[in-house]
Design a protein around this ligand. Structure first.
Ligand code: AMP
Ligand code: ZN
Ligand code: FE
Ligand code: FE
Length: 283
């Protein structure tokens, strides 16, 4: 079966592979197509596109935007965005400013808790990309405060934990319209993370997003059980949404997730790319 991976992160955000390394790995594991979907930035796309072209692998430019949501986490993927569209870049610079404003607040809390981390230590890990909590977590591991990234989140960084600081983020409709404005296809990322009570609640959330311009749903995902994947596909089909999927590969930042394979049994059919292309370019 021809497979793809439509959800990955590079050093432009909180992944550990450079865009070029990521494309080389995609070729090595035999993916037919790969999307780079860094958090809140398009900085890795041109390097990735060039590397993919050299390797003869199909590349899809993408982005993952964090959205305001009353529970769980809502992330919006944007596929085939034009990374140079002006109002889209304006939205990105706003969300990047929100990150830059938030990180020092987390560091202040960590210092007060007796586990100080400096911005310099974090930048040594982030290599100039968009800084997120995973970088702070890795610095905490390196300093011996916690045994691994998961423990850093559990004890300090997850929502509600002692060093958590909120960041102001986009309303879902703003994320969807920014993606559309850049010629992209808006796709709801990893629906499990919304923490909907049941399928009915999930359907209501997705219906609301669809009324705001949502065009697809990430059904195949590393953390989705086979049963939930099937339920997501049925939901997407019943609502006329494209079905997509990806691993959310982060390299060393999430060592248990393999590119294209997730926790081992993920396989995203290439048809997902064809569905996105149909939406982008027409049948
Ligand atoms: P941020 O963009 O700074 O809000 O951080 C979000 C990133 O943190 C995403 O890549 C998540 O996958 C990662 N993340 C969130 N919660 C956890 C957790 N409990 N353990 C490990 N990584 C997490
Ligand atoms: Zn991430
Ligand atoms: Fe995400
Ligand atoms: Fe992601």
């Amino acid at each position: 079966m021809k497979t793809c991976d439509l959800h990955t992160h590079s050093t432009a955000s909180d992944g550990s592979d450079t865009p070029s390394e990521l494309m080389a790995l995609a070729a090595k594991v035999g993916l037919a197509a790969i999307a780079l979907s860094d958090h809140d930035t398009v900085a890795g796309l041109s390097e990735a596109a060039a590397a993919a072209a050299r390797l003869g692998i199909e590349f899809i430019p993408a982005v993952e935007l964090s959205c305001q949501f009353h529970k769980g986490n809502m992330h919006m993927l944007g596929y085939y965005i034009d990374p140079e569209e002006g109002s889209f870049l304006e939205v990105l610079s706003q969300v990047q400013a929100a990150r830059a404003e938030r990180n020092p607040r987390i560091l202040e809390k960590l210092a007060a808790l007796g586990v100080p981390v400096t911005m310099e230590e974090i930048e040594a890990i982030s290599h100039g990309g968009q800084v997120g909590r995973p970088h702070i977590a890795r610095a905490m591991v390196e300093k011996g405060y916690v045994k691994d990234v998961s423990q850093a989140f559990d004890r300090y960084l997850k929502r509600g934990a002692k060093a958590y600081a909120p960041k102001s983020i986009l309303a879902p409709e703003a994320a969807i319209s920014a993606i559309k404005g850049a010629g992209g296809i808006a796709v709801l990322a990893h629906p499990f993370s919304l923490q909907a009570r049941d399928l009915q609640e999930l359907q209501a959330i997705v219906a609301d997003l669809k009324s705001k311009g949502l065009m697809g749903m990430e059904c195949y995902y590393s953390e989705h059980s086979p049963e939930f994947t099937r339920q997501c596909i049925d939901l997407a089909r019943s609502m006329g949404l494209a079905v997509t999927g990806g691993s959310d590969y982060h390299g060393k930042a999430k060592p248990y997730i393999k590119l294209g394979r997730g926790k081992g049994d993920l396989a995203v059919p290439y048809e997902c790319v064809e569905e996105l292309k149909k939406l982008k370019y027409g049948a």
